[in-house]
Design a protein around this ligand. Structure first.
Ligand SMILES: [Zn+2]
Length: 334
């Protein structure tokens, strides 16, 4: 099997950051998400790159009534209720027309109708599996709501990206959650990078350790943790969800360190080249709202990455895959 290039986008608009930032504070990034998605689709199609949009279920709703109709009866009972987006529903607008920060029905339709890309889930409500107070039953209800609202648009959800990447099969407490999403038909998920600084347990205590944040930031520009590419055959286990781990977060253009942007892009293209030569998988991800400011600069970086893909596709038959197309290949190969 040749090497593979997977690109996943956590498509969430304000539902991905509601517990950290208000719409007002982050408005420019959020309001430009439709423009970013259109340019993403155009550029991906130009370079034959397939994208996986891990989409928050709330965004599928046509209007508030539709959202409330699909919401599960059992909502997550987080001890710290700032992690629940449900109280916010009272204050949001009625539909995409008057509130593009909390709805994206037409944008999802556009991605679906394009036909080249996958729409997966980022859970219904941007559900935090490692936060205290919620239960696996509530998680199951959440995913069922996501499946149901997507099915109304004839979209079958088959892959999952966990909010804040809160899923690690090595941890006992995550196993019931993994069994649940697999049982509901999700065949793959995006795990964390194999390098230690990325995959320390994401409960608050460790997550906030500043030293790891600094190391991750440095690793975006210089090689600290290696390439984080994967032999997919070694990760596939029959009857289990397939972990398609992250190789790298594509960080937003940083105007304060603009002179370092070429290094950041090179770090990614080096990883892709390494994967192509070794017949391994390289998985790049980010959020569309990361591109919402300095749009042209971000797309300039992305174009270099996609050009590298096109080269590697010719020279090494490096293949662009969605999370589910890759999973299906692994299943059919066994
Ligand atoms: Zn998210």
């Amino acid at each position: 099997m040749n090497g593979q290039f997977v690109v996943s986008l956590d498509f969430e608009i304000h539902w991905g950051v509601f517990d950290q930032r208000t719409v007002e504070i982050y408005k420019e990034n959020l309001i430009n998400v439709p423009t970013v998605i259109e340019r993403l689709l155009e550029m991906a199609d130009r370079y034959n790159v397939k994208l996986t949009f891990a989409t928050v279920g709330f965004l599928f709703a046509k209007d508030k009534q539709d959202l409330l109709k699909h919401a599960p009866k059992q909502k997550p009972t987080f001890i710290d209720d700032k992690f629940s987006p449900y109280p916010l529903i009272d204050s949001i607008g009625n539909s995409e027309d008057d509130d593009p920060f909390h709805y994206a029905h037409s944008l999802i339709k556009k991605i679906r109708d394009n036909g080249n890309h996958e729409i997966g889930t980022h859970t219904f409500c941007h559900y935090y599996c490692h936060e205290l107070g919620q239960t696996v039953e509530q998680f199951e209800e959440d995913l069922k709501a996501a499946i149901s609202i997507a099915s109304k648009m004839d979209i079958k959800l088959e892959s999952i990206v966990f909010p804040r990447n809160m899923m690690d099969l090595r941890y006992e407490q995550d196993k019931p959650y993994a069994e649940t999403f697999y049982k509901l038909g999700f065949k793959s998920f995006r795990g964390k990078e194999k390098a230690y600084i990325y995959n320390i347990f994401t409960q608050k205590f460790y997550h906030g350790w500043y030293i790891f944040k600094v190391l991750r930031m440095m690793d975006a520009y210089v090689n600290i943790t290696g390439m984080n590419t994967y032999k997919m055959k070694a990760l596939y286990k029959k009857g289990k969800p397939l972990n398609i781990p992250s190789s790298r977060l594509l960080r937003a253009y940083n105007p304060n360190f603009s002179f370092l942007e070429p290094l950041k892009v090179k770090r990614i293209t080096n990883g892709m080249r390494f994967a192509a030569k070794k017949n391994e998988m390289f998985h790049l991800w980010w959020h569309p709202h990361n591109f919402g400011t300095y749009i042209d600069q971000n797309f300039k970086n992305l174009e270099i990455i996609f050009q590298e893909y096109a080269c590697l596709n010719k020279s090494h038959n490096f293949q662009s895959e969605t999370m589910t197309s890759l999973t299906n290949k692994m299943i059919n190969d066994h």
